[in-house]
Ligand binder design. Structure first.
Ligand code: ATP
Length: 357
């Protein structure tokens, strides 16, 4: 068992607060992605969990054991950084075996373990090679394999794929997920890449400026962002957010989107307020201009990216992006109708950016 509980975790550097009152529970065998922009405090949080940094306040528990006075080497934590640390004079085999030999395990057990890890990570063909001549992609895979081999109950990975190329990153996302399932580790994976977080994690914890913004399954966080920061950070292209006014018409809540028109608001919306109207690009449908309720807009740019056509629309200084399928017939200068799926509309307080219930 290895759950992790962070309570009131705070880290200051001089007058700067890098992590602020962080409360977070990571269940045993859970894969949690810690997601946020550069400088938001992700690495600092990881360093505290690993025991490389002491918090200024708060506690770290593994199950019910307080870890604050437990040194790094005794926490049972595996750690992989952005920049791999590999013994280049050793073979791939010896690198993976290193931690196991340090633990004095029997030779046959070490051999079986090295081969299992190598197989899971696609390193079998390289086992006899010296690490010095290997590509960055393979070296990073090896760094993960070497840490995973000793089967730490808690495995911390800090941007492990940021230096590898895009095609390899896609392969590694699947392999890391397999590795974690196979070994049953509790894994925290730091990334600023929302795609990595969305594809691998059981839950995503989104941070901004040292503060935890939201924790939930990838779908929860994507579909119901608690504020405009999370709404913008997840999704590519990100959620459209336009100034609007919430009100009522015939007793029903409606949103007047500035300069575009009026649409039904979510049934739970109440009162009148300045809001931001949020809609994901894939929840907009392009229609004829005379469809009742459609926003009439002009196409200002078209991106054709493989299976998707991203249509940029504008009117009176307001801009929207809509996603349609491959080969969608549209050209710059077209006037089109745009309809938002009512159930996908999200409203945020214009002043605070918090989602309205
Ligand atoms: P990145 O992806 O760029 O590493 P991050 O989200 O992991 O970003 P941290 O590395 O945790 O962020 O840093 C959070 C903030 O704390 C940054 O503004 C950083 O400059 C600051 N910081 C981190 N370590 C120290 C330190 N030892 N002394 C002073 N400031 C620090």
């Amino acid at each position: 068992m290895a759950s992790i509980t962070l309570s009131g975790l705070t880290k200051t550097f001089g007058t700067f607060t890098a992590v602020k009152s962080l409360d977070l529970h990571i269940a045993d065998k859970e894969f949690l992605a810690l997601l946020g922009p550069s400088g938001c405090g992700k690495s600092t949080t990881m360093n505290i969990i690993a025991g490389m940094e002491q918090p200024s306040a708060g506690t770290v528990r593994f199950d019910d054991r307080d870890m604050l006075n437990v040194p790094m080497g005794r926490r049972g934590v595996g750690f992989v950084f952005q920049n791999y640390a590999i013994f280049t004079h050793m073979s791939v085999y010896d690198n993976i075996a290193y931690g196991l030999r340090m633990r004095g395990l029997p030779k046959a057990e070490i051999d079986a373990r090295v081969r299992q890890v190598a197989e899971l990570l696609g390193l079998t063909p390289f086992l006899k090679q010296k690490s010095a001549g290997l590509s960055v992609n393979i070296l990073q895979r090896l760094a993960i394999g070497r840490s995973a081999a000793v089967n730490p109950q808690i495995f911390l990975l800090d941007e492990p794929l940021s230096n590898v190329d895009a095609a390899f990153r896609a392969v590694m996302r699947t392999e890391l997920k397999h590795l974690q399932r196979e070994f049953g580790q509790t894994m925290i994976y730091v990334t600023h890449d929302q795609l990595e977080a969305m594809t691998m994690a059981d839950r995503i914890a989104v941070m901004d400026r040292g503060v935890l913004q939201q924790v939930g399954s990838p779908i929860e966080v994507y579909n119901n962002p608690v504020n405009t920061f999370v709404a913008r950070f997840l999704g590519s292209p990100s959620m459209n957010l336009l100034p609007a006014r919430l009100g009522t018409e015939d007793g029903r809540p409606v949103v007047e989107v500035t300069g575009l028109g009026r649409v039904a608001a979510p049934a739970s919306a109440r009162g009148s307020a300045d809001v931001l109207f949020g809609i994901r690009p894939e929840d907009l449908t392009i229609t004829a201009t005379d469809l009742p309720g459609a926003f009439v807009m002009e196409v200002v740019f078209v991106e054709r990216v493989g299976p998707r056509t991203i249509v940029h629309l504008a009117r009176d200084g307001q801009e929207l992006k809509a996603i349609e399928g491959n080969g969608f017939p549209v050209a710059i200068g077209d006037r089109l109708g745009v309809v938002a799926k009512p159930e996908s509309v999200r409203l945020f307080d214009a002043a605070t950016g918090q989602a309205l219930d």
